[in-house]
Design a protein around this ligand. Structure first.
Ligand SMILES: [Zn+2]
Length: 337
């Protein structure tokens, strides 16, 4: 929300009227309950002078604003902060985000969040046909395109409880997320209606469920949650496959950072646990179900990643294996520690 300018000609009754009418007009289209007022008084004033204004003048503005907005000042949980700067003769507005939590399933090969073009980093170039992003098909964007107009917001950002690769489907009980709705004019949208709208329009690619309003703190909560995941992997092996049950078992894995992410992540060894709980042959492929610790790179647990992951399915079977399809079929949530 843009700041508004006012003319200052002394701390008097007219100034209060002028400020309140400008602020009320600027907030006309905004739906909010509590607001907070903060003043920055002129730098040349003494600390005592500022203190007097804070104690005597600021409450007059707050009281007049309560009347003209028909809302209560709320210093604990304001929806909007009104910051009056007497050095600049500007009023700034800080519209607090609205947070909505839910779970998503992902059926298409798309990213979880918006990915900027590697070449232009978002400004638009030939590579990305001027749009700045790799595609407009991420879970974040498919949800945002319905959320932003519904809340009349400036933007939206997704916070996921972990993520999966673009080519991995997210099935089963779905993955938890929080959408942060930035600078919304509306704060109370019927979420059941929104959920139905998203699912109706995007059903080929994603599904969302359990949409509910939540507090900002919930973002930290889902980020700190540790969870194990159950994967279903389709594996292609170079050599012949006779016995599939040799892969079944529990493994303690030492995994060096995979070659494919080495450019972005530090090279270190992670210790993770995984259990292969079932295995069977389907056509020319081996289908396995793996219950894995959070943070295990599953594709590398299958291939072995040039012996950077030990043991691996390739090593156990004794022939080169590759994961050609991967689905998350369940997320087993554990409380954060
Ligand atoms: Zn580009």
């Amino acid at each position: 929300m843009e700041p508004i300018r006012f003319e200052f000609d002394g701390f008097n009754h007219e100034l209060i009227e002028k400020l309140c009418s400008k602020i009320s007009k600027a907030l006309e289209e905004y739906d909010f309950s509590g607001f907070l007022v903060g003043c920055t008084f002129e730098d040349y004033l003494s600390n005592e002078g500022k203190e007097i204004l804070r104690k005597e003048f600021q409450p007059l503005i707050v009281r007049r604003l309560e009347e003209s907005l028909g809302k209560k000042a709320d210093y604990l949980r304001p929806d909007i902060e009104i910051l009056i700067n007497f050095n600049q003769d500007l009023v700034y507005f800080l519209v607090h985000s609205v947070y909505v939590k839910g779970r998503y399933k992902k059926y298409a090969k798309i990213y979880q969040t918006k990915h900027y073009c590697f070449r232009c980093k978002g400004s638009g170039c030939e590579e990305c046909k001027g749009v700045g992003t790799l595609s407009n098909e991420s879970v974040e964007e498919l949800i945002s395109k319905h959320l932003i107009p519904a809340f009349d917001a400036e933007g939206a950002k997704m916070h996921g409880a972990g993520r999966e690769d673009a080519d991995v489907r997210m099935l089963g009980n779905g993955r938890e997320f929080v959408m942060q709705i930035i600078s919304p004019k509306k704060r109370s949208v019927d979420l059941k209606w929104l959920e139905a709208k998203i699912n109706n329009c995007e059903k080929e690619k994603i599904e969302v469920f359990g949409l509910e309003y939540c507090e900002k703190d919930y973002v930290v909560h889902i980020k700190s949650k540790k969870s194990r995941k159950v994967y279903r992997a389709k594996v292609v092996c170079e050599g012949p496959l006779e016995k599939t049950d040799i892969v079944i078992g529990k493994y303690e894995i030492k995994q060096r950072t995979p070659l494919r992410v080495l450019r972005r992540r530090p090279d270190l060894v992670r210790k993770k646990k995984a259990e292969v709980r079932s295995a069977h042959i389907e056509g020319n492929s081996l289908i396995i179900e793996i219950v894995a610790d959070s943070g295990l790179y599953v594709k590398e647990f299958i291939s072995g990643d040039n012996l950077r992951t030990k043991p691996s399915i390739s090593e156990i079977i004794g022939t080169k294996c590759e994961c050609v399809e991967l689905d998350v079929i369940e997320i087993i949530e554990q409380e954060s520690d």
